[in-house]
Design a binder for this molecule. Structure first.
Ligand code: HEM
Length: 480
């Protein structure tokens, strides 16, 4: 990221919104805003937030304000006055009322790079239709009948090449990218997919820069990379249109988008490219970071790692060394792995919350959020709240074991909720479980060096979590 020019721009934008805020406040109003502070003139509390999230312990930013003002407070971040919610009921209200009282709101950098036809930016009935179309390509039945085999094969293929020092974050990214390309376009990994992935990484970097080509070289690079990605995907779309005319049909997301009679409704090439591009983005960074952090947390919690290994050795002992994992292995033989996945999602908070904009004045828990204001529903604040989760700041997969009494509908929302709930949630869980299976049964490992977790601009470890891997002897097969 560029730091100097974006900072001055940030100052400029913040000052504009600050002036607007003052004008707003002069108007006679019966609004009862949540308590809080707008921080410094112009920059608000953005720098406080960034400096907290650049450390391993970002919690004080939220803790301090919740202690002073309560779980719904007013702040001023990223250039706008914002109502920050650390309250599970308010969060639920916000995400469930998507399209009625609130609408999703992404920073300019993200919307420009995603493209206006992406699911994340769609609204109204088109969003509803396309959300359910996406779900139909990542639901349990599809994973069971089609994707499980691909996930198992592609994870194995990647792990086969591992020796010595491995940059786990890089490897996890490669795996999730290959899986998503396979799911969307039915393409197996090759030089083309690897080149596409490299361009993707540049696009994603641009998400966290200011959207002004003149001021940010990161953003300029991202725009360039986006047009290369769009060109490459456009080529595939055109090829597939041709194949379709000659009667060939594949069973993937692209086929559904091309299918005029189906849920897709005859989209243009540009619309399809935007849609695919955003799906690749949504599933790539999130799932690969979760994979990496699952391994980090397990490595730091040896009892949990031992229990996980035992669970997966049993599956291998039943299946033999080379048999592919099946849906039943995943669904019936991995209860502790599901606890590890839940706990990783809870502690990692890859998506720490969602921004929405109030479409009208909204009353919530005795306060009013003025029309046009931003709201941040913080999932992280709830996941890390000691009132909701005992010993909330420790990684303890056992808390998810049967009869834990956790209200997982209201308190546990790593995939969001309401009409925009992540359509890739089931798929991400399956990918994580299969990855942990092959890692735990094939390797033992130690961290290659100390690596710190940071949370800004995204959740990541500073050094991409380097580990030294050693191949394990395969577990002995049971003789029945
Ligand atoms: C651990 C992995 C993942 C996490 C933590 C995660 C989290 C989330 C969250 C919190 C949202 C809601 C955003 C909002 O309400 O504004 C979301 C939306 C979305 N996710 Fe995921 N996600 C993950 C994996 C995936 C995968 C594998 C896919 C690929 C199919 C995917 C595709 C999407 C899409 C397309 C949306 C936008 C939905 C909409 O706006 O209607 N995600 N994700």
């Amino acid at each position: 990221m560029d730091h100097s020019t974006p900072l001055s721009l940030l100052l400029f934008l913040s000052s504009l919104s600050f002036i607007l805020l003052i004008l707003l406040r002069r108007r006679p109003s019966r609004r009862h805003l949540p308590p809080g502070t707008l921080g410094l003139p112009f920059v608000g509390e953005t720098l406080h937030l960034i400096s907290a999230y650049k450390t391993e312990n970002p919690e004080p930013f939220i803790d301090g304000r919740v202690a002073q003002f309560g779980s719904i407070f007013t702040t001023h971040i990223f250039g706008e006055p914002t109502v920050f919610s650390a309250d599970p009921d308010a969060n639920r209200f916000v995400i469930q009322n998507e399209g009625r009282l609130f609408e999703s709101s992404y920073p300019g950098s993200i919307s420009n790079l995603l493209g206006r036809h992406s699911l994340l930016l769609m609204k109204g009935s088109l969003h509803k239709k396309m959300h359910s179309l996406t779900m139909s390509f990542a639901n349990s039945a599809i994973i069971r009948d089609h994707l499980m085999g691909d996930i198992d094969r592609l994870v194995r293929l990647n792990l086969e090449k591992w020796t010595g020092r491995v940059l786990l974050m890089e490897e996890a990214k490669k795996i999730t990218f290959e899986l998503t390309v396979k799911q969307l376009l039915s393409l197996d990994p090759c030089e083309w997919t690897e080149r596409l992935r490299k361009e993707y990484m540049l696009v994603i970097e641009g998400f966290f820069s200011l959207p002004f080509p003149l001021f940010s070289s990161t953003y300029r690079r991202a725009i360039k990379a986006r047009s290369k990605v769009a060109e490459a995907l456009g080529l595939v779309v055109r090829q597939r249109r041709g194949e379709r005319e000659s009667g060939e049909r594949k069973n993937d997301m692209l086929a559904a988008l091309l299918d005029e009679g189906g849920g897709g409704g005859g989209f243009s090439d540009e619309e399809i490219v935007d849609f695919l591009l955003a799906l690749l983005v949504a599933g790539y960074e999130t799932t690969s970071t979760t994979m990496t952090l699952a391994v980090k947390f397990l490595t730091e919690t040896p009892l949990a790692l031992a229990q996980l290994k035992e669970e997966h050795d049993e599956i291998r002992a039943k299946n033999g060394e080379s048999e592919a994992l099946e849906w039943d292995d995943y669904k019936s033989m991995m209860p502790f792995t599901q606890c590890v996945v839940n706990e990783t999602l809870r502690v990692a908070n890859i998506i720490s919350g969602v921004f929405r904009r109030a479409m009208t004045d909204v009353d919530i828990k005795g306060y009013t959020i003025p029309k046009g204001w931003k709201v941040f529903a913080s999932f992280r604040a709830v996941h890390m709240d000691r009132d909701h989760f005992k010993d909330a700041r420790s990684f303890s997969p056992w808390r998810w074991q049967a009869n834990s009494g956790i209200d997982s509908v209201n308190l546990f929302t790593p995939f969001g909720g309401g009409p925009r709930r992540c359509p890739g949630a089931e798929l991400a869980r399956a990918e994580l479980s299969v990855f942990l299976h092959h890692l735990a049964t094939q390797f033992s490992w130690v961290p290659a060096e100390e690596d710190k977790l940071v949370f800004f601009p995204t959740t990541r470890t500073q050094k991409r979590y380097p580990i030294i891997v050693q191949r394990r002897n395969p577990p002995k097969r049971c003789i029945e």
